[in-house]
Design a protein around this ligand. Structure first.
Ligand code: AMP
Ligand code: MG
Length: 421
């Protein structure tokens, strides 16, 4: 550790990012059917009660509870009410055949399930023998039991998943106001990079980060402007930054964030805007560049952003480092720019079925998999270049700095599905 420039903890770096991120203000109204993954821009209330009317949760007979007595009562069946149909008011001393979801007729205050009833047809007409004395209200779902008319069902800042869309639809909301999509530019530094489909020349590797980062940004609902592979020169890096800042809310890069001769991100962003180079006590990861790139002619649609600049986030080039850094820092930052309140991934406590005898001075995020007995196994190679670990694993063990893990210990586990979306 450097005394004058100590490493930031994961939490400190995250606090900085989230304090800087002011949500964009642009919104649009879109069909509820097209709103999966978007972020709600305003509170949504229900204009209706759900369910809209008292209805039965069983197939059976609607009755007046007071008409029933043990051991049994026989009464005429006055009507038949399937779901979606409205019956007549129930006359005292009669029962209505009724089916799940159907509206309870006026005058009835209970439903007796059909298993407790016996239906007869004779010269006196349709009759039913009821061998149960229900409580008033039995098997009735009350109007407004789930949602009261006028209540907020989904607050602004909610990310819309399958269940939120279903809830919105259940109160009749055909369209929803959502935060506009963020525009994210990406580019990849490194003269060694080639694209799949191209021949791999000596010394070259494939640009896997392009695929990882684009998928991550897509998962978060961003519109992506991809500037591809940028040569390791200051001029090319500055030029791409300038172009990317014009039309985008944020710029994300991979590689070149160390301070070697071939690392041009730092001087390029400093020349085109402002930059913080962070050393974070995290493994994999460590360097993270955070700053802003000026726009040429103050294009500024959103008051939330300083006039005329795009956010800049420079990730390390090592594939696992870049993935983990995105998950830990870029994901919450992007969610907050979209106005999402709850940006922390959902963690759980699990049993380590492995040993990690050597403590690190950095906070480690170890690739691990859930085994059949409800514990965690560890991928044998935790190096920051080994993407296989991320495919094999189900998530990351968050191991605090200076901590060893013994078999059977409880550890904090972040499942990938809570870090990817
Ligand atoms: P850098 O951060 O530029 O020093 O790169 C660190 C390591 O990550 C080097 O081994 C690079 O070859 C590798 N690397 C950099 N960019 C990428 C990329 N886009 N895809 C895969 N590996 C990369
Ligand atoms: Mg490089």
């Amino acid at each position: 550790m450097n005394k004058t420039n100590p490493m930031l903890s994961v939490q400190q770096a995250l606090d900085f990012l989230l304090a800087a991120a002011r949500p964009v203000t642009g919104t649009e109204v879109i069909p509820t059917l097209a709103a999966n993954g978007r972020v709600l821009a305003a509170d949504q209330s229900s204009l209706l009660n759900v369910p809209p009317m008292d209805n039965t949760s069983m197939d059976g007979y609607a009755v007046r509870a007071a008409d029933c007595a043990l051991p049994a009562v026989t009464m005429p069946v006055s009507q038949r009410i399937p779901a979606g149909h409205v019956g007549q008011a129930l006359q005292p001393g009669t029962a209505a055949r009724i089916f799940t979801g159907a509206m309870i007729p006026a005058g009835a205050d209970a439903v007796v399930m059909q298993e407790m009833c016996e239906f007869h047809k004779d010269e006196a007409g349709d009759r039913v023998t009821i061998r149960h004395a229900p409580q008033s209200g039995e098997w009735i779902r009350r109007a407004g039991e789930d949602i009261r008319a006028g209540s907020v069902i989904l607050p602004a800042g909610t990310r819309l998943r399958a269940q939120e869309l279903g809830l919105a639809a259940s109160v009749g909301l055909a369209s929803l106001p959502v935060v506009r999509r963020l525009r994210a530019a990406v580019f990849f530094t490194g003269d060694e990079l080639a694209m799949p489909g191209e021949e791999l020349k000596p010394g070259a590797i494939y640009n896997s980060n392009r695929f990882t980062l684009r998928a991550l940004l897509e998962n978060l609902g961003c519109e992506i402007a991809d500037y591809g592979i940028v040569p390791d020169t200051l001029d090319a890096t500055r030029d791409t930054l300038r172009r990317a800042a014009q039309d985008n809310d944020l710029i994300i890069t991979s590689g070149g964030v160390s301070v070697g001769e071939e690392d041009h991100i730092k001087p390029a962003v400093e020349a085109e805007g402002r930059l913080n180079m962070w050393q974070i006590a995290v493994k994999p990861g460590k360097p993270l560049a955070f700053g802003e790139v000026n726009r040429q002619q103050g294009k500024d649609e959103d008051a939330g952003k300083d006039k005329g600049a795009a956010w800049f986030l420079g990730l390390p080039g090592n594939p696992v480092s870049s993935l983990v850094t995105f998950m830990l820092f870029v994901r919450p930052f992007i969610l907050r720019l979209q106005g999402v309140d709850k940006v922390a991934p959902q963690a759980c406590v699990m049993r380590a079925d492995f040993e990690w005898p050597k403590a690190d001075r950095r906070n480690e995020f170890l690739r691990a998999r859930i085994n059949d007995s409800g514990g965690l196994d560890l991928f044998p190679n935790q190096s920051s270049g080994v993407l296989t670990s991320t495919v094999w694993g189900d998530g990351l063990v968050d191991n605090p700095a200076g901590t060893t893990i013994a078999r059977g210990d409880s550890v904090r586990f972040l499942p990938f599905h809570s870090l990817l979306y």
